[in-house]
Design a protein around this ligand. Sequence first.
Ligand SMILES: N[C@@H]1[C@@H](O)[C@H](O)[C@@H](COP(=O)(O)O)O[C@@H]1O
Length: 253
Amino acid sequence: MKIYKAENYDKLSERAASIIGAEVVSNPECVLGLATGSTPVGTYGYLKKWYHAGLLDFAGVRSMNLDDYKGLKPDNEQGYYYFMKQNLFQDINIKPENTHIPDSMETDSEKACSDYERTIEESGGVDLQLLGLGHNGHIGFNEPGEIFEKNCHCVTLAASTVEANKRFFERAEDVPSQAYTMGIGTIMRAKKILLLVSGKDKSGILNRVINGPVTPKVPASILQFHPDVTIIADKDALSEVDLQERKGRTIYE
Ligand SMILES: N[C@@H]1[C@@H](O)[C@H](O)[C@@H](COP(=O)(O)O)O[C@@H]1O
């Protein structure tokens, strides 16, 4: 596990974009696993900037998003396809047919999830998976539970997740209660993983992710077992994290 300490959110974003940019340059047909939420917005800002500066080319890149709400139309402004279009896709030259996200309009959950899992497999698998962290330790929409879900599945969102995400909706009742998400197994099959964490409010949970026991009660703790995981966190997010030397851990200032 590599842990980068970033001075602030902007430095975190720049560092994350440089890792994604390096992937795109070294493998122009790479499969990027992308994430929504507020944390990666700055990273997408740098990718757009470097694309416009002629440093990055996304013509051959394919993308797989982590998750989406069930039942929101693709043009719904709270849907994750809309989010990706607004924050990244419309400003770079990725081909729309190369961008993938679970089918939020598919009412048959099993079909939506098995179709998406197949799409990922047929792409050859995710080369670099970008992740944010939920306050309860969730990644994608894998909420704390009794088991690590292997594949894409339909989840009922935890009350705390609905609460955290209601800021994007007009009314709390508008937050969908269910979502489709890559499973923990789907995420762990990515060749490389990049987890971004910003803000003091995530510090306690980040400490459990990095130092706590690996448990489905803190879904992101499974990342301790991934052979190629990089965490970029700002000073605030690291304020409660024990960063003592450990086997297999490298810390970059
Ligand atoms: N499904 C998304 C996650 O993929 C994201 O990581 C999390 C944290 O979001 P934020 O970065 O806004 O704190 O929120 C949502 O629940």
